[in-house]
Design a protein around this ligand. Structure first.
Ligand SMILES: Nc1ncnc2c1ncn2[C@@H]1O[C@H](COP(=O)(O)OP(=O)(O)OP(=O)(O)O)[C@@H](O)[C@H]1O
Ligand SMILES: [Mg+2]
Length: 232
């Protein structure tokens, strides 16, 4: 089985090399924990390996994404220009149009472009535009089938459930995904500062670390301290 390097120091070690090719992995975390950064870092890693990559944002437009990446010294411009990177934004304002774009436009983009890596940030906005869990479940099922069909390795970012930060907002993604990675804030006892920590909850078909490890976000992106422990 081929493993795809996330490009995030320390995370690949926790995974035993990387994410199995073709897997769909959900990154769940509260605001500001680095979900978008992780997704961008994953895509930038693929671009450096000359892979076709697609980044779909439901928040930031192309210019903003290029600026965000530049703040980590990742220069995306050459890749949008040479056609290795498709940066797309679907605004989630118009509900009907968004569902339509995900079901039709995205499918076309993925089928023509055949990206080896795909990131969607955040998928929560796509879940939110559905009225019931039943509709959400059906749409997620179709969406994940579409991604599976093109055999890309995908990262989907998700907001947490406000009542339980260990779960995605609607608690559905965990079941359709092959992998679940949790980002969280932890405040060690007697400490005035909060640390960010990462845990691999699930990754089908590989033996991965079950530990919770601290990570930092620097001007070079996310760095997981896979040898350090978090003391609570
Ligand atoms: N260029 C940078 N250099 C260092 N740290 C940065 C940089 N850019 C962002 N950060 C850190 O990363 C955090 C935000 O990361 P990111 O936007 O990836 O989080 P997120 O989980 O996607 O947040 P949200 O839920 O709001 O979408 C910032 O709060 C900041 O601490
Ligand atoms: Mg974000």
């Amino acid at each position: 089985m081929k493993l795809i390097s996330t490009g995030i120091p320390g995370l690949d070690e926790m995974l035993g090399g990387g994410i199995p090719k073709g897997h769909i992995t959900v990154i769940i975390g509260p605001p500001g924990t680095g979900k978008s950064t992780l997704a961008l870092q994953f895509i930038h890693t693929g671009l450096k390996k000359n892979e076709n990559c697609t980044y779909l944002s439901l928040e930031e437009d192309e210019e903003d994404l290029i600026r965000t990446a530049a703040s980590f010294q990742w220069n995306l411009k050459p890749y949008t220009e040479n056609g290795k990177l498709a940066l797309t934004r679907f605004s989630a304002h118009n509900i009907k149009a968004t569902i339509d774009r995900v079901e039709n436009d995205l499918q076309k983009i993925l089928e023509t472009f055949k990206p080896e890596r795909f990131a969607m940030d955040p998928i929560t906005l796509y879940e939110m535009i559905h009225d019931t869990d039943q509709e959400r479940r059906t749409c997620l099922f179709h969406f994940t089938q579409m991604i599976k069909n093109i055999k890309t390795t995908a990262i989907l970012t998700s907001e947490i459930n406000p009542r339980n930060p260990n779960y995605s907002r609607y608690g559905l993604l965990e079941y359709v995904a092959d992998g679940v990675i949790l980002l969280k804030y932890i405040r060690p006892e007697n400490s005035k500062t909060t640390v960010t920590a990462i845990e691999i909850l699930k990754m089908r078909r590989i033996s991965h670390s079950k530990e919770t490890r601290p990570y930092t976000i620097t001007q070079n992106g996310i760095n997981v301290h896979s040898e350090s422990e978090v003391f609570v």
